[in-house]
Design a protein. Structure first.
Length: 110
């Protein structure tokens, strides 16, 4: 295998009028040879209309990489903000870090 492939940013938002969303994919470790990546997108087709709508969410995922290994993170959540009445993106997922303090001490889930 030649390096590791992963997504640089796991949560992003874009205005519906942008027309495109860019997802940065990075490669670390070995850099020999070209890598082909199979990716997928979940969610329905999003149309720009004149109706006020809630934030729509879709996910982009790395599925398979040739010549390299897939590393975490492999998915990115994309919030598409309405342009008729912009709303804030949905709440973020729980943090990926532990609130554990030290051996013998308690921790809090918030």
């Amino acid at each position: 295998m030649s390096g590791n492939i992963f997504i640089a940013v796991t949560v992003t938002s874009v205005q519906k009028t942008a027309g495109i969303v860019l997802v940065e994919i990075r490669r670390s470790g070995g850099f020999d040879g070209d890598v082909t990546i199979l990716h997928g997108v979940t969610g329905d087709t999003i149309l720009n209309d004149s109706l006020t709508e809630a934030t729509e969410v879709t996910a982009f995922a790395l599925i398979i990489a040739s010549v390299a290994s897939l590393s975490a993170p492999r998915t990115s959540r994309i919030s598409i903000l309405d342009d008729e009445e912009p709303s804030p993106p949905p709440p973020t997922e729980p943090p990926l870090t532990s609130l554990y303090d030290a051996p013998g001490r308690s921790w809090s889930a918030g």
